[in-house]
Design a protein around this ligand. Structure first.
Ligand code: SAH
Length: 468
């Protein structure tokens, strides 16, 4: 295969960043702007050792799964890489991806039989995100715009709304633009590091209806706070839902030249410093900086499945590794004797402890540190927490640390519930737990937390013994 060669190719799969993938003589070829099921004429533009890139020349037979992306900027934005594929097909792709990883990397031949029905979004696969961040910039005519950064750049592409977020955002974006026009407040310029307004952040409690609006600024205060609040209140009224209430208006201070959006200090402009929301029956307090799962509908369903796999009777000791703000720990605590959580970010553990208190949950205990260090030490000491009936892990994309897996095997829990945001590392870790620890994959569920993106979340149950 050489550059400029022309081929006919059938697209079989999709990469995470939205390129279609097909094969020519066993070699994977990535082609932008295609969808699985397309038969296309392509031109090879770059040949690497094990794969190549092609450019779409013409569609010979478009896939039956193609749809017109409902969002105008879907192609430029890069957030929704699968919007041109219908939702049913998106779910099929995600299920297949997990199954393939488990088979190829994990060596689990019967992976297809162990897969439960995928948890896709039940009604509309849009409007699920409870948090949005819009950079603020100016267009060529100098008018204020809010939008997103075009892929791999820092140009703001203007949007009036984002279909994955709450419908009120459209009104909030308009209000912020109006506020900028009325006050003449300056807008941050990345090159020079001058100007005030950087980002708009909105957070919505989907169960409580509480709304937080925050402006990230390169300074200490904003002009005419009352005008901003008045305009935001009007925006919420304009959206016209009785269930939504402007609960908090904040400014967040970020004076650094950095890609990090949110700074370390926030000030209240109106209402409370935080909003509340629920996952299941557990209430969470969410501030500007807090980590909180972005799709509250699907998070609840995923954690209910994790709880089901944990199969608790009230007598068990449970470890929640990589616990974040304790969402899973608190969710499991009602049905366990004791839940221990460990997480590397100190602020997250502070939130976890605060949320336990808020819910009057008394049987949880949280530790700050690397799971592999903290848990290994506790296990070696032989004291409280050295035994677990059930272990839940929810690691970042790189998967579990090898030392943690060793300790886990020695701890010998009856069940391991593995929540994963990357099926490749999930499969790798299952292989380790199986070969060195005798744990077998019993069943798993794929859950669609980020519709229209390539991400897929999985929850898997492992045990050495028979499970219910
Ligand atoms: N279960 C949590 C989120 C898990 S995301 C929830 O549902 O909210 C993965 C978490 O692992 C992140 O919070 C990250 O800070 C943490 N983390 C990363 N490396 C870690 C390590 N070595 N030990 C403990 N926690 C770690």
């Amino acid at each position: 295969m050489q550059k400029n060669d022309i081929y006919e190719i059938e697209i079989e799969d999709m990469s995470e960043d939205g390129s279609g993938i097909g094969h020519i003589d066993g070699m994977a070829v990535f082609v932008k702007d295609t969808a699985p099921g397309d038969v296309a004429e392509i031109k090879i533009i770059k040949v690497m050792k094990r794969y190549a890139y092609g450019r779409l020349m013409s569609l010979i037979r478009p896939s039956e799964d193609r749809v017109e992306p409902p969002c105008e900027v879907a192609r430029q934005c890069g957030g929704c890489t699968l919007q041109h594929v219908n939702y049913g097909a998106q779910l099929r792709l995600k299920r297949n991806k997990v199954e393939n990883c488990l088979r190829r990397i994990g060596g689990i031949e019967n992976a297809a039989d162990l897969c439960e029905e995928i948890l896709g979004m039940e009604d509309n696969p849009f409007r699920f995100r409870n948090k949005m961040q819009f950079p603020i910039g100016r267009d060529k005519e100098g008018r204020p715009v809010l939008g997103f950064y075009a892929q791999r750049t820092h140009c703001v592409i203007p949007v009036t709304d984002c279909m994955t977020g709450h419908g009120v955002n459209r009104y909030i974006i308009e209000a912020v633009k109006e506020y900028i026009n009325e006050t003449g407040v300056s807008i941050y310029d990345e090159e020079s590091g001058t100007g005030l307004l950087r980002h708009l952040i909105t957070r919505t409690g989907f169960t409580t209806g509480e709304l937080m609006v925050a402006l990230v600024i390169n300074g200490d205060d904003i002009p005419d706070r009352e005008l901003l609040v008045r305009m935001l209140e009007e925006a919420v009224r304009g959206y016209g839902s009785d269930n939504l209430c402007l609960t908090s208006v904040m400014i967040n201070i970020n004076k650094e030249k950095t890609n990090r959006i949110i700074g370390f200090e926030s000030k209240r402009v109106f209402g409370r410093d935080y909003i509340y929301d629920y996952i299941g029956n557990v209430r969470f307090r969410i501030s500007v900086e807090s980590f909180f799962q972005v799709n509250p509908y699907q998070t609840g369903r995923l954690y209910r499945r994790a709880l089901e796999y944990a199969d608790l009777t009230g007598q068990e000791t449970v470890w929640d590794m990589y616990c974040g703000i304790g969402t899973i720990s608190l969710f499991l605590s009602e049905q366990a004797k004791k839940v221990y959580g460990v997480e590397i970010v100190p602020q997250a553990i502070e939130d976890a402890r605060g949320n336990a208190e808020l819910n009057r949950i008394k049987n949880t205990e949280f530790f700050v540190g690397k799971a592999e260090d903290v848990v290994t030490e506790i296990y070696s000491s032989g004291g409280d927490g050295s035994h677990a009936d059930v272990v839940v892990v929810d690691p970042p994309r790189k998967g579990c640390d090898g030392k943690l897996l060793d300790t886990l095997i020695k701890m010998n829990p009856e069940r391991i519930v593995y929540v994963s945001c990357d099926p490749a590392t999930l499969a790798r870790d299952i292989k380790i737990l199986s070969e060195s620890g005798g744990y077998k994959l019993k069943k798993y569920t794929v859950c669609d937390m980020f519709s229209h993106s390539g991400h897929c979340e999985t929850v898997a149950l492992l045990s050495r013994n028979e499970v219910r």
